[in-house]
Design a protein around this ligand. Structure first.
Ligand code: ATP
Ligand code: MG
Length: 356
């Protein structure tokens, strides 16, 4: 029997609610499949931990995580703790410490969920956005001179390296190649940003030579937002910088119906370290404790995790169960339903048990 060690970090807000639902579904899959076992260790890191100890996780936190096969993450953020502590104290050290440079965000319209786009339903929009997750605009380099004075200057430096761009480009071409349409769109802003972005375009053309069966094109990020709305069927796999993909994937999530259904995987493609799987949404304190958080994003990222671990059959089974439950209308209020998190989780587990 294959055993995978999973580190669950539910953390803040609705994180514990959706991770509980996700673990419930994973257990149902484990029982149903019989071929693998998940050995889950839950960590109490996050804002509560910060209030008690002054840190979001122990100093050797990432060291402790190294022994695991994957990290199943909830959400970070709390109204009374600043982002630079929550985000930079837990999520980013994991992403950066484990060099999870490929951030993979599938988007598709699930049955029963309405897109805000007219005439766009399941099958019309099926994208994977690959976000560069280790450099670019979020390098953290820059500064402020003459702070508070009229002559103040703030700089924010984007760093693009040949190594960094080449490896994300390879990842994206390979992913595009593995999908039926073999279609990749490379997004930049190389008309206005003339150095790093031009390098990005050049490296795309170089890497493309190794993937002759992939059809690819280039888009400027502004025009890309229009294309996503006007012609969603023309897109399949998309690769963009840290900042651009961040923005595009929020748009993608909205077009697919709700942030509550959007998953993300932070992958170390070289598998030197554990990869991390999480819903895109944050801690959502406005609905915390009400029992109505949509667990679908967390189910979907659990499926990404199973796929990454080498259990594609279980991943596909989970997604079929999620789609069935959505099609049956068992949905939380954010996507127009009346079900609770618990109802949706129970229905998904039942669908996993009952499937032929
Ligand atoms: P953070 O600072 O942690 O990113 P945020 O409040 O900026 O938090 P989100 O937590 O992502 O952003 O929430 C944005 C909105 O989407 C909230 O109004 C929230 O209620 C809603 N939302 C987010 N996730 C879900 C979910 N899983 N189910 C239902 N609604 C959700
Ligand atoms: Mg947010």
């Amino acid at each position: 029997m294959r055993t995978y060690r999973i580190a669950a970090i539910p953390a803040d807000g609705i994180g514990p609610e959706v991770i509980a639902a996700g673990l419930q579904a994973l257990e149902a899959l484990e029982r149903r499949d019989g071929g693998f076992r998940l050995d889950v260790t839950t960590f109490d890191w996050g804002s509560d931990y910060y209030r008690k100890t002054g840190a979001m996780m122990p100093e050797d936190g990432t060291e402790q995580l190294k022994a695991f096969d994957a990290i199943f993450f909830g959400a970070v953020g709390a109204p009374d703790v600043p982002d630079h502590i929550t985000l930079w104290g837990l999520r980013l050290p994991i992403c950066q410490g484990f060099d999870q440079y490929a951030n993979v965000r599938p988007t598709r319209i699930l049955p029963g969920i309405r897109s805000p786009l007219a005439d766009v339903g399941p099958g019309d929009l099926d994208w994977v956005i690959v976000r560069e997750n280790s450099e670019g605009e979020y390098s953290g380099i820059g500064g402020r001179a003459h702070k508070g004075l009229p002559e103040e200057v703030g700089t924010e430096v984007s760093i693009f390296t040949r190594v960094g761009v080449t490896r994300i480009m390879r990842y994206a071409f390979k992913l595009a190649q593995s999908r039926p349409r073999k279609l990749l769109t490379v997004v930049t802003k190389s008309n206005a940003q003339r150095f790093g972005m031009v390098m990005w375009d050049e490296i795309a053309a170089e890497v493309a030579k190794d993937y002759p069966d992939v059809t690819w094109d280039k888009m400027l990020v502004d025009a890309m937002t229009v294309r996503m709305v006007k012609n969603p069927r023309s897109l399949d796999t998309i690769v963009a910088t840290n900042l651009h993909a961040d923005i595009l994937s929020d748009l993608a999530g909205a077009l697919a119906g709700s942030l509550g259904v959007a998953p993300t995987a932070n992958i170390d493609p070289e598998r030197r370290y554990p990869s991390m799987f999480e819903p895109i949404h944050g801690s959502a304190f406005d609905i915390t404790g009400k029992g109505i958080a949509n667990p679908v994003a967390t189910f979907w990222t659990a499926a990404q995790m199973l796929e990454h671990l080498g259990e594609p059959a279980a991943a596909a089974r989970l997604m079929r169960a999620v789609e069935k439950v959505c099609a049956d209308g068992v949905m939380t209020p954010d996507v127009g339903g009346t079900a609770t998190t618990r109802h949706v989780a129970d229905a998904v587990c039942e669908a996993i048990r009952m499937e032929n």
